[in-house]
Design a protein around this ligand. Sequence first.
Ligand SMILES: Cc1cc2nc3c(=O)[nH]c(=O)nc-3n(C[C@H](O)[C@H](O)[C@H](O)COP(=O)(O)O)c2cc1C
Length: 188
Amino acid sequence: MQAIELLHNRVSSARLESPAPNAEQLEVMYQAAARAPDHALLRPWRLIVLENEQLVALGEVFVQANLAKNSELNALQLQKIAAKPLRAPMIITVVAHITEHPKVPELEQLITAGCAAHAIELAAFAQGLGAMWRSGGMMFDNKVKQGLGLAENEQIIGFLYLGKSVKVRQVTPVDSADFVSTAKILNT
Ligand SMILES: Cc1cc2nc3c(=O)[nH]c(=O)nc-3n(C[C@H](O)[C@H](O)[C@H](O)COP(=O)(O)O)c2cc1C
């Protein structure tokens, strides 16, 4: 796939099925992530790859995290929560790893982590794979962070669900005038 065609046509896939990306496809995605723009080359992110029983374990952690907030959830609600990570055969958790730096504030490091996540989505799509970036309350939950082994200076910036797309959506071109302007500098 040509680069511009990829950039103009990448879409997410909410419905994903097996197989999970193989080792070769994953390596292509990791190398793409590593090309995220990165002030001072801090590489302020890391990836945690989950599949099979680890997805089930993540669902269990989601259940415990939800129960800690609301002990009255019923069996059906808990079942739905436990099944969330099973919506794809693989999840890559993208973790921002923030360090103090005199020239690179936290925001820039988070942006780099986001760019790495997007590069993974692009590299997945370019290889004919499906991906969906998901977040939600679980991303910020301490039990989930502990379950995934995050350090104090780390935060989850997304769960990338990966697999084979059930259906690939066609993109409708947008009107770039909606979000592009020429400069109107105000001299105050
Ligand atoms: C940081 C971030 C978090 C997201 N979280 C969710 C989510 O929890 N659930 C969801 O349906 N979409 C979420 N999305 C949006 C989807 O990944 C996707 O981009 C959106 O559905 C638009 O589809 P498209 O990528 O095909 O344009 C998130 C996107 C970003 C960048």
